[in-house]
Design a protein. Structure first.
Length: 74
């Protein structure tokens, strides 16, 4: 009886591993589209950030901060 239980447990473990492998393989095509969406989002965020940083008031403030840091003023 104990041998039967061990065989059943081994069979269940193999079945779970096989099912997991099939699920992983089925999702393999999704990776490329996820990377594409991530890259598009990063580029859009960079464009918005660039527009904010190069705007007049923000640019002046950043130049002032850098100028004070280089001159040693607090």
């Amino acid at each position: 009886m104990r041998r039967t239980v061990r065989v059943l447990r081994r069979g269940r473990a193999r079945t779970r591993a096989w099912m997991f492998t099939r699920l992983v393989r089925r999702d393999a095509g999704m990776v490329t589209s996820e990377y594409a969406v991530g890259v598009i989002a990063a580029v859009a965020f960079a464009a918005v950030l660039y527009k904010v940083v190069t705007s007049g008031q923000v640019s002046e403030e950043l130049q002032g901060i850098v100028g004070r840091a280089l001159n040693g003023q607090t």
